[in-house]
Design a protein around this ligand. Structure first.
Ligand SMILES: N[C@@H](CCC(=O)N[C@@H](CS)C(=O)NCC(=O)O)C(=O)O
Length: 206
């Protein structure tokens, strides 16, 4: 069993140490709000997506592309990269769309005033309801679909923020943290294995 050389004793009042050696230390901070003025570009389509090809970002792009594949022309969109490793998520324009400073974020200019949508699950739901696709209308199936959507929203942080962070980004390898989140990640994947044992999709839009 791993024994830390200098056991950490949490202080009475926690203080932020900006440089903690972690991969994301230069952009992480304990406060919200914009750090600089930076307008967002706006293109020709109603839907403006501000995102990046990360696990959370790609969810929205996949749905938009699936909507387009169904022939839904209103799902055409302009996509702009928000370079989260360079701090774009703290620009004033982006924070106005997502006060939580995380991608993905969407603005729908087909409404007056334009509708901002943030949180990947909320964006998926917004688009599914807007275009009447990929979300069952029957109450039982709709509830089942939303249960899995919310399960995914609640579970993903254990993988990325928990397992991924401590396995890959943390400046020191802490066995306890890696074990805890590896176990939880395995368990979540086993939830999916059980659920998908007798069906091809997690939920089906009927
Ligand atoms: N619950 C949010 C999580 C979004 C999220 O964590 N996005 C990450 C990229 S996958 C991000 O923007 N990170 C930048 C940061 O934390 O500063 C969602 O589902 O939209």
């Amino acid at each position: 069993m791993e024994t830390p050389s200098a056991p950490y004793v949490p202080p009475q009042i926690w203080q932020w140490e900006a440089e903690n050696g972690g991969t994301w230390a230069s952009i992480n901070r304990p406060t919200a709000g914009p750090t600089h003025d930076q307008d967002l570009p706006v293109g020709q389509h109603s839907l403006q997506l501000y995102s990046l090809a990360t696990p959370n970002g790609q969810k929205v792009t996949i749905l938009l592309e699936e909507l387009l594949a169904l022939g839904i022309a209103g799902a055409e969109y302009d996509a702009y990269p928000i370079k989260i490793n360079e701090g774009d998520q703290f620009g004033s324009g982006f924070v106005a769309v997502n006060p939580n400073s995380k991608i993905p974020a969407l603005v729908d200019h087909s409404t007056t005033p334009p509708t901002r949508v943030f949180e990947s699950g909320s964006i998926l739901l917004y688009l599914a309801e807007k275009f009447g696709a990929f979300l069952p209308t029957a109450p039982a199936q709709r509830t089942e679909c939303l249960s899995w959507l919310f399960w995914q929203m609640g579970s993903a942080p254990y993988l990325g923020g928990g397992f991924g962070h401590f396995y890959s980004y943390a400046p020191i390898k802490i066995k306890y943290c890696i074990d805890l989140f590896a176990m939880e990640t395995k368990r979540q994947l086993d939830v999916l294995d059980h659920h998908l044992a007798d069906k091809p999709f997690i939920a089906v839009a009927t």
